[in-house]
Design a binder for this molecule. Structure first.
Ligand SMILES: [Zn+2]
Length: 322
């Protein structure tokens, strides 16, 4: 057995999991045992499944423990409580939906006008708001009660509380942005999404990308957002497409980490020190160091958003009826 690599802290928000409530688990995509490789800064072990190319946390927090964690996720974890007011709803209306490259990519495949859209883990509803602006019929679902109330009441968009298992409906477009890395058991959600998909319908997945973890010194994605329970790779996307009998119509490594957790420190110098440390220890590509400094200076607008490789962006399409 290989020695485990202990990863150093980067995200200032380190969850303190109750170790009495940790449970062993197999690969959440293909049920293999996997090999233990890393210890995250929160003490949880990451295993790698070579069969489907997924990294996953095991043992993991229990389902109940995670449910408690997500009830106030946006308020506690992102400090976004102040966003849940009418001012945000007004701000949304000023945004151009096409400023989101994922929406532009969707538009290149399907016009969302008059299409039914489900956003799973919709959070504060910004993607739904944009798609409604483009003429789609939109609906969301989330586990954060404040987010659900905000989307229903302030954005006037139907938003369900709960999990996809309890949902019924047919959709042309199902959105899973920053979702698939969170649940302990994401596969039933994916299977249910496929079942709710109309012919030619699309599933859009945006998630942290573990494809390059083995060539990174200390992979950033295993050191930030420590509530993540699994990390998909390009290989996982191919595995899932086969498993769900869907076509891959878009697959891309793209973008930079948001680094929410490291940008919370008060002093700008402290931020820059942390960022310098990342740049030194991570064989990043292209404009990464420039970008990180832009973050430190709170001016990340001029970055080329197609660079980077922090996320996976995968669009799966249902077969037509013919
Ligand atoms: Zn697997």
């Amino acid at each position: 057995m290989n020695d485990l690599i202990t990863l150093s802290k980067l995200d200032l928000r380190v969850p303190r999991w109750d170790i009495d409530r940790l449970i062993p688990r197999h690969c959440p995509i293909c049920n293999s045992e996997g090999n233990a490789e890393y210890v995250r800064p929160d003490g949880l072990v990451i295993r790698y499944c070579s069969k489907c190319g997924t990294f996953f946390v095991s043992p993991s927090p229990s389902e109940d423990l995670l449910k408690e964690f997500y009830k106030k996720y946006f308020v506690l974890h992102f400090g976004r409580g102040a966003n849940f007011d009418k001012k945000s709803a007004k701000d949304y209306s000023l945004l151009n939906p096409q400023s989101d490259l994922r929406i532009r990519e969707l538009l290149s495949i399907m016009n969302p006008e008059q299409r039914s859209v489900l956003d799973v883990g919709c959070g504060t509803g910004i993607t739904l708001f944009g798609l409604r602006k483009l003429g789609a019929r939109v609906e969301g679902i989330d586990l954060d009660t404040d987010a659900v109330n905000f989307v229903n009441n302030e954005l006037a968009i139907k938003c369900n509380y709960g999990s996809v298992a309890d949902l019924e409906g047919e959709f042309d477009i199902i959105i899973l942005f920053d979702f698939i890395e969170h649940p302990l058991d994401p596969l039933p959600t994916l299977i249910k999404c496929k079942r709710m998909l109309r012919p030619n319908g699309l599933i859009l997945i945006w998630t942290p990308n573990s494809t390059f973890a083995h060539i990174d010194n200390e992979p950033i994605l295993f050191r930030v957002d420590l509530e993540h329970m699994q990390y998909l790779s390009l290989k996982t996307c191919n595995y899932l497409a086969d498993l769900l009998d869907l076509d891959i119509v878009h697959l891309e490594s793209i973008g930079y980490p948001s680094l929410d957790g490291i940008t919370q420190c008060d002093s700008k110098q402290e931020k820059i020190n942390i960022i310098k440390n990342i740049v030194v220890h991570t064989p990043v590509i292209g404009a990464m160091s420039k970008f990180l400094y832009q973050i430190a200076n709170q001016n990340a607008n001029s970055l080329d958003e197609r660079l980077g490789r922090y996320h996976l962006f995968c669009i799966l399409q249902n077969k037509s009826l013919e």
